[in-house]
Design a binder for this molecule. Structure first.
Ligand code: SF4
Ligand code: SF4
Length: 197
């Protein structure tokens, strides 16, 4: 992962392998006689009620980006940072690949669940076969691990990688010590405690 401050200080994750992945796809094909696209694009108005994707548009409501499996304390810290944002989760697939997932609805997804740019939709939408969608593969959970919050990640971390977890807790403490005295000079601290939520 690129550390913060590199690349002009941009707040981003840049990894050796960057892969946008969708775990499903809209399979809302317009009928194409002889397997060929029609000469004139027809409006896509809906799916047959028995189509496997009927009533679902889940795969058009997020993006998932592959990230390096965490090995350094900074990389674990990035995971915590992702997971303190609502709508962001991290998952590990059955190949052991790590992904960060952002809940974000495609701007072309129509209220009726159809693709508004069907003829010109991105290749990743075009290529995905709904038969590979997790909704149709029911004999195993979709992900090996799924973290929807930093608390979930830390619980997993403590249980699955206890030695590294202890190292990470020490890393966090050291980070806090390093910054606290300097920062306290620049922030105002109220003497009245905030009410607990
Ligand atoms: S069933 Fe799967 S492939 Fe079809 S729309 Fe839903 S998430 Fe996408
Ligand atoms: S472009 Fe179309 S198929 Fe692709 S995510 Fe958006 S609505 Fe779905």
């Amino acid at each position: 992962m690129t550390r913060r401050g590199e690349g002009g200080g941009a707040r981003r994750t840049s990894v050796g392998r960057v892969l946008a992945r969708r775990r499903g796809a809209r399979s809302n094909a317009v009928a194409k006689p002889n397997g060929k696209a029609p000469a004139v694009a027809l409006p896509v108005i809906g799916l047959a009620s028995d189509h496997p994707c009927a009533g679902c548009a889940q795969c058009c409501t997020y993006v998932a980006i592959e990230i390096d499996a965490p090995t350094t304390m900074t990389e674990y810290d990035y995971l915590v940072w992702y997971l303190v944002h609502p709508g962001v989760s991290v998952f590990v697939d059955w190949n052991g690949s790590w992904f960060v997932k952002f809940e974000t609805r495609c701007q072309h997804l129509q209220p009726n669940g159809m693709c508004g740019i069907y003829e010109t939709r991105p290749a990743i939408c075009r290529e995905f076969d709904w038969k590979e969608c997790e909704r149709h593969i029911t004999d195993e959970p979709a992900d090996k691990w799924l973290f929807r919050s930093s608390d979930e990640l830390m619980s997993w971390f403590e249980k699955q990688r206890p030695k590294t977890y202890r190292k990470f807790v020490a890393f966090q403490r050291a980070q806090r010590r390093k910054k606290t005295s300097k920062e306290l000079r620049r922030i105002q601290v109220s003497e009245v405690p905030l009410p607990l939520a």
